[in-house]
Design a protein around this ligand. Structure first.
Ligand code: NAP
Ligand code: HSE
Length: 428
């Protein structure tokens, strides 16, 4: 039997404990597939006394994750602590400094420091693998870097935050408000310690920034992304979108356009019959489009112990086999700084507004759309609420800039009873 691949695991929470369980449960299977045993030498977490539901007695313990990374009996550092900075980054840097490969699930760290870490790893002949960082159990990093290596990627889209998808689908199915479902998600333990990472679109934005780097050969540029969360989505938006044949999703879209790289994470309407429209609860879905392959759709659990640990093991087995793929699918020093598209490609928009119920009110707002060259595709007016008339308009393709101008001009008409809500309709 050849030498084992020896792991040092930093972080023994949901994902870390899940990885230990798989290494123990599937030792024979993993050894057969990797061609060598996969062994754990040492582990690290904050509290040594915590019961993690897994036997750690055979492994050395390190209080300091960077010391774990430096150990002579550790070949690969598996970073599963989280956080863009601090001990997570320090332990990864300690591993790279010693030429050791790294496996991580840490999208925040890679979205902010992925370029520098990948370059440092390359300089030392090491690799950083991060399948678990994007869409949990879905093997989308492998699909992009390996399965679709022969394609020019045209678009990457996806629902990559299970918590937001749970909130949106539950608001629809139970007719509950955003606040009520947020409280439910909190009780179920779905939310990150800082929930704005989920509902503010930041967590999903981190993931999309990583996929965009691979897909378009670009340096990871999280700061250039347009990000909007789901906090302003109402049950009325969801019900009215459904009435028009759409579902609202927190959707990430990355595409290279003539104006540069468009990369945004925002609530979007998608046809309710499309695979994205049918995605329920905390599931994730990533849609990849390539010039040769066309469109492929990957669906699965984006979080949780088993699915995330499954993705971590995929990277570990690859390293054990000797498969060496550059962090972002090509040498990091060759990645270019993509010009960020200043404006998104034109699409139809859903616009919800409440008008004063008096003659000519609708004509006034329609005129403001017309002034910006925006054509109305469909319009619906709902039952009056006192002196207010709820109105829904679906436009033909337009830019967000033109729509914003029209909405600003509508404010001067004196017929708006609330600020209009505009949501992009994505062609999927
Ligand atoms: P978690 O349950 O909070 O576990 C974090 C672990 O890291 C804990 O064992 C904690 O120790 C340890 N830790 C934190 N700071 C440390 C430090 N400074 N020194 C040593 N140990 C430290 O987190 P998780 O859900 O497993 O997530 C881990 C990583 O996976 C994160 O990057 C996360 O974004 C990513 N991820 C998670 C999921 C998921 O479904 N949970 C999915 C995809 C990606 P104690 O246990 O002693 O406190
Ligand atoms: N908070 C994330 C989600 C966890 O809800 O999808 C997985 O990254």
């Amino acid at each position: 039997m050849t030498e084992p691949l020896r792991l040092g695991i930093a972080g023994l929470g949901t994902v870390g404990a899940g990885v230990v369980k798989i290494v123990q449960r599937h030792a024979d299977l993993l050894a057969a597939r990797a061609g060598r045993p996969i062994a754990i030498s040492a582990v690290s977490a904050r509290s040594r006394d915590k019961d993690r539901g897994v036997d750690l007695s055979a492994y050395a313990w390190e209080n300091n994750p960077a010391a774990l990374a430096a150990r002579d009996d550790v070949d690969v550092v598996v970073e599963l602590m989280g956080g863009a900075e601090g001990d997570a980054k320090a332990s990864v840097e300690a591993a790279i400094a010693r030429g050791k490969d790294v496996v991580t699930a840490n999208k925040a760290m890679l979205a902010h420091h992925g370029q520098a870490l990948a370059e440092a790893a390359e300089a030392k002949g090491a690799v950083i693998r991060f399948e678990a960082a994007v869409a949990g159990g879905i093997p989308v990093v492998k699909a992009l870097t390996e399965g679709l290596a022969g394609n020019r990627i045209t678009r990457v889209m996806g629902v990559m935050n299970g918590t937001c998808n749970y909130i949106l689908t539950r608001m629809e199915s139970a007719g509950l408000t955003y606040d009520a479902v947020f409280a439910e998600a909190e009780k179920l333990g779905y939310l990150e310690a800082d929930p704005t990472l989920d509902v503010g679109g930041i967590d999903a934005g981190h993931k999309l920034a990583l996929l965009a780097a691979i897909a378009f050969g670009a340096r990871v540029d999280f700061d250039a992304m347009e990000i909007e969360g789901i906090e302003r989505v109402t049950t009325a938006d969801i019900a009215q979108a459904a009435d028009m044949g759409f579902k609202i999703k927190l959707l990430g879209v990355a595409q290279m356009t003539g104006r540069g790289l468009e990369c945004r994470m925002s609530p979007c309407l998608v046809p309710d019959t499309s695979p994205l429209g049918q995605l329920e609860n905390a599931m994730n879905m990533v849609v990849l489009e390539g010039d040769a392959v066309g469109q492929i759709v990957l669906r699965g659990a984006g979080a949780g112990e088993g699915p995330t640990a499954s993705a971590v093991l995929a990277d570990i087995v690859d390293i054990a086999r000797g498969t060496r793929v550059s962090t972002f699918g090509q040498p990091a020093t060759g990645l270019v700084k993509a010009r960020a598209a200043k404006a998104s490609a034109p699409t139809p928009y859903y616009v919800r507004m409440t008008l004063l119920d008096k003659p000519g009110a609708l004509a006034k707002v329609a005129a403001k759309l017309g002034d910006q060259g925006i054509s109305i595709d469909r319009m619906r007016q709902y039952g009056h609420e006192g002196a207010n008339a709820p109105v829904l308009i679906v436009t033909h393709k337009t830019t967000r800039g033109a729509l914003n101008e029209a909405i600003a001009a509508m404010a001067e008409t004196g017929v708006l009873q609330s600020e209009p809500v505009a949501i992009r309709i994505e062609e999927v």
